[in-house]
Unconditional design. Structure first.
Length: 65
């Protein structure tokens, strides 16, 4: 394809700015997603920390010889 063919067949429409109501909804959705991701990360962090503590306790126990 030639450049002229591409520009003629596939024109890109400009993106319109969001209305204030749409902007608020979009912001709230982003906050919800970010909070959900942060919650998942914190749960995983706590799970790893607990596993490390259990491992340290297990290694600290001396086995009878």
């Amino acid at each position: 394809m030639k450049c002229a063919e591409v520009t003629e067949n596939h024109s890109v429409a400009p993106i319109k700015p969001l209305t204030p109501q749409q902007g608020r909804l979009a912001a709230l959705k982003r906050q919800k997603e970010n909070a959900s991701k942060a919650l998942d990360v914190e749960r995983k962090r706590q799970k790893v920390a607990k596993a490390q503590q259990n491992l340290q306790k297990t290694l600290a126990v001396k086995l009878p010889t």
